[in-house]
Design a protein around this ligand. Sequence first.
Ligand code: BGC
Length: 248
Amino acid sequence: MRDGILGIDIGGSGIKGNLVDPGTGALLAERHKIKTPRPSSPVAVAEVVGQMVEHFSYSGPVGCTFPAVVRRGVTLSAANVDQAWIGTDAVALFERRVRSRFVVLNDADAAGIAEVSFGAAKGVDGVVLLLTFGTGIGSAMFVDERLVPNTELGHLNFAGFESVERWASSRARDDEGLSYEEWAGRVSRFLQHLNRLFSPDLFVIGGGISRKWEKYAQFLDVDVETVPAVLQNEAGIVGAAMAAVQLS
Ligand code: BGC
């Protein structure tokens, strides 16, 4: 095994990987990105995962994110990916393609693990909610730095929408041409609702939009400390690798 653990972040448009130092969260190579195949069927995605492992000439445990509910390696939902993933044993599928052991976990949970380990939520006790804003809305909940997996808060029924992510994700902002102020108004209402439900000590805003923090931070209105993710787009890769440490 080369230095570091391979983390792979599977998203609706791209699949990204890198070697990660699990002690520091540092990225050890140049990030490699491959377009997500269309359709994003399990077999097609497993092939890309295999190519990723080969790209890094890697052998060793692999951590892999997936944008869905993942229980014991089985993907149980498919909001923004091919429906064939529902009920797929992703760990078994990847381990058939690659001679390595795999951990597969929800993408937002992985991002949260990275932020708790090395980023914005490091050392924060109590209830922390990380939300990722992208094509959907992902969520990761921590209680005293321990993950409560698969919270799926982006699928709360809210503002007349069956899933709040259809109304307040980054994609909704793009599709509807919302200004940052308008979009942040929606996010604020969502955060206020989450505050009523969970009384968190901290919100961490992640996903691609965390890079644009200064464009909307002044419009966020919720009575809870709210900060941007530190690891930004690399959080999924880092958290995936951290989750694979248990296999090494
Ligand atoms: C999925 C979640 C995922 C989020 C962000 C949602 O549609 O249901 O599992 O974490 O998108 O990718």
